[in-house]
Design a protein around this ligand. Sequence first.
Ligand code: ADP
Ligand code: MG
Length: 233
Amino acid sequence: MQEEVVKSEKMRLVSDMAASVAHEIRNPLTAVRGFIHLLGSPGIQPEKKEFYKNICFSELDRAEHIIADYLSLARTDPELLEAIDVNVEVEYLSNILLTYANFNNVHLSVQLSKGEAPVTMGDRYKFRQALINIGKNAIEAMPNGGTLELVTECRNDTATVIIRDTGSGMSADQLKRLGTPYYSTKEKGTGLGTMISFSIIKKMHGKIDVRSEVGKGTRFMLDFPQHKVVSVI
Ligand code: ADP
Ligand code: MG
């Protein structure tokens, strides 16, 4: 009996995942399409070409990872756990979001913490996915342009990522529904992105604090446990 319950729970999870896979595959595909477009611009410098090409490969790898994740859902392998340099990932995020931001007249501002690097433990690809979903929403909340700020901080025991936009903002009611499955205010929205981001962040023992004001904008503050490297000497 117990086994049956577990089985049907798993089936439900798999079908929810199928919807989210379709959603998540679209992000890397959109990025690759954008960069291929740029690769075709006349007079493009060789270094730029190389740079765009590398992003394309990296995003295709991400798509592959998402598919692999979905296929591995039926298995019980432990998640990949590695030290993640948060500055490196936020820098990567800014590159991924740049074309989308430009397209929407959104100015991108990146401030990475100096000194000790913010480092946390988790699966790098999932972490990227979590940040990309939140960053994309921030840009989509600014249809008339604005500023997207990406900030990292490293305090004693936390590695922090702040994603701030000057967009539409959310009411208290909307804020309450944020992260619940299929909640979307967009015509073509799936309402899965934030739910997936939150579940990845929580798995990494991250804390999520969202402040929002209608007409002014939204700030996501994500606090992850800082990973301390133990020195042998
Ligand atoms: P989707 O983007 O497909 O609508 P999400 O789960 O990513 O689904 O987001 C759910 C909803 O949360 C969005 O439709 C939007 O109304 C709201 N939202 C998320 N991030 C922001 C933001 N930065 N500013 C304003 N609204 C937001
Ligand atoms: Mg979204």
